[in-house]
Design a protein around this ligand. Structure first.
Ligand code: 2HA
Ligand code: ZN
Length: 275
């Protein structure tokens, strides 16, 4: 028995491999964090370091994440390597009683720290935990190429991106009826982009980072990966259709047809995004 035999760790590693297989994680691109359930912490605790790492202040704080444990990819680590050597590329961090610092309790055995975007992930976890009554557990950031390409040719508004994606594949309004938020270009890794993203995550479960990538959230690995996958697939269709048609779209899904999908599938679309 090893920590990698525990289901939550297995599933986390599988998601990293799936993201790598999709081509969304060149070099050290992207990051994944998971807020552990108490029983999962207890399953993993026998494998924790005898002496945890030092507390590191994050520069951001959240009351509703005090004492939580997260699985995180390591800063500068490659998704490609997670399944090959999980103990060197991912970690479990504990949050302190003040909700403003982390310390490593397992993993990153050759040194390192959680993802450079940990402050973004942390604030997004806080906001999504609040918005979903505790259901949300996963924050996932990736660099899917077609979605990034869209940020060069569309106005950077939630309305423009949501409409383009909803109309690019019929399942989209069902999968993300609330739409997607859009963060303008900003320097990654800092608390400014963390705050801007978490503000959007109050309303959206996905946020586009202009010329950079996408943040998705969800209650479990499958739902969150599925959201990233669905959005990127729609973006691919959008880019393919525009490219093949040399910018000319002959027909698309009409707004009343989006309303008809919502009615039959029992979802509520963000009405202000419809004409
Ligand atoms: O982890 O994707 O946004 C590398 C990144 C930073
Ligand atoms: Zn990134």
């Amino acid at each position: 028995m090893a920590i990698t035999d525990i289901e939550v760790i297995e599933n986390y590693i599988r998601m990293c491999s799936d993201g790598w297989d999709q081509g969304w994680h060149e070099r050290n691109g992207g990051n994944l964090t998971y807020r552990m359930k108490p029983e999962e912490v207890e399953q993993c605790r026998p494998y924790f370091k005898e002496i945890p790492g030092p507390w590191v202040n994050m520069g951001v704080q959240a009351d509703n994440l005090k004492g939580e444990y997260f699985i995180s990819t390591g800063s500068g680590k490659y998704f490609r390597n997670v399944s090959l050597a999980p103990q060197d590329n991912i970690c479990i961090v504990e949050i302190n009683d003040a909700g403003d610092s982390w310390r490593i309790v397992w993993g990153l055995e050759k040194g390192g720290r959680p993802t450079s975007e940990f402050s973004s992930h942390f604030l997004n976890h806080s906001v999504r935990k609040e918005a979903t009554g505790g259901e949300n557990r996963v924050i996932y950031h990736a660099h899917p190429a077609n979605l990034i390409a869209m940020t060069y040719i569309l106005p950077l508004t939630a309305r423009d991106f949501t409409r383009a994606l909803w109309k690019s594949a019929t399942e989209c309004p069902v999968v993300f009826p609330g739409g997607v938020g859009v963060v303008p270009w900003m320097v990654p890794g800092g608390s400014e982009i963390a705050l801007a993203t978490s503000k959007l995550m109050k309303e959206y479960d996905a946020a586009v980072w202009a010329h950079h990538g996408l943040f998705c959230s969800g209650p479990d690995f499958d739902t969150t990966f599925g959201l990233m996958h669905t959005i990127e697939k729609a973006a691919q269709i959008y880019i393919l259709a525009l490219s093949a048609g040399q910018g000319k779209i002959l027909q698309t899904i009409q707004d009343d047809e989006l309303r008809a999908i919502a009615r039959d599938f029992g979802v509520v679309l963000r009405e202000e995004f419809l004409d």
